[in-house]
Design a protein around this ligand. Sequence first.
Ligand SMILES: [Mg+2]
Length: 276
Amino acid sequence: MKGSRLLVFTDLDGTLLDHDTYSFEPARPALRALEERGVPLILCTSKTKAETDRWRRALGNSHPFIVENGGGVFIPRGYFPFAAAGGAEGLPYEELVFGTPYQELRRVLADMRRRIDPSIRGFGDLTDEEVARLCGFSAEEARLAKEREYDEPFVVGDESLFEAVEAAAGRAGLRIVKGGRFAHLLGSHDKGRAVAALRGLYEKARGPSRTVGLGDSLNDAPMLRAVDIPVVVGKPGGGYDPGIDLPGLVRAPGAGPEGWREAVLGILARERAPVP
Ligand SMILES: [Mg+2]
């Protein structure tokens, strides 16, 4: 837990990972600089725990991480000098839960299928092969993406049904977030609440923090609002998500992992994070 007071929270898809190739290669110099300065890098993604675990291994990352748009926060056991959350003894992580359990989401979605239209289909209604085809994933990636706990991606056959779907979600105390390929059914959690909770744990362990957040899309806005230095990286075609606009927003000079690298190196130079 030694090192600078900086904490960096980052989205994966389209931010640290290239939108099309999923490569983080261009970001390597900045990843190395964070590590040398002892700055924790916390992945904060819409991906599942199983998918995020895989990216943590690829990145050599051993810090806490946030999954399914803030539904769950996983903390390696013993990472903080105190018990951070619940979680059965013997498991490698403690978990803070903010999301609505998956079974409840599935129950509400099944109800929508019955009452509104049978074309409403979630990941739980699709085979691994169907998810792979819809996402451009391998069969293994599709399997990991289907291990959901707090967020159910779904498709609707006809856009005009959407109003009824949103109303039904609202009546069940849930909400709908529209993503690139899917709409998502989830509870009241978002990335911002998870970031704030984790920041609190770091501050309890080591005193005041200065936080950075990097994202590319609307689902990152709550995370960016929760940090001291919000950064939006560019879209592959140029420009930035028009839905992200907040005071002090830093626009990374570039898209995806290139923009990520430049923004992080720039912040490290400005903040002069001490080498421990
Ligand atoms: Mg993204």
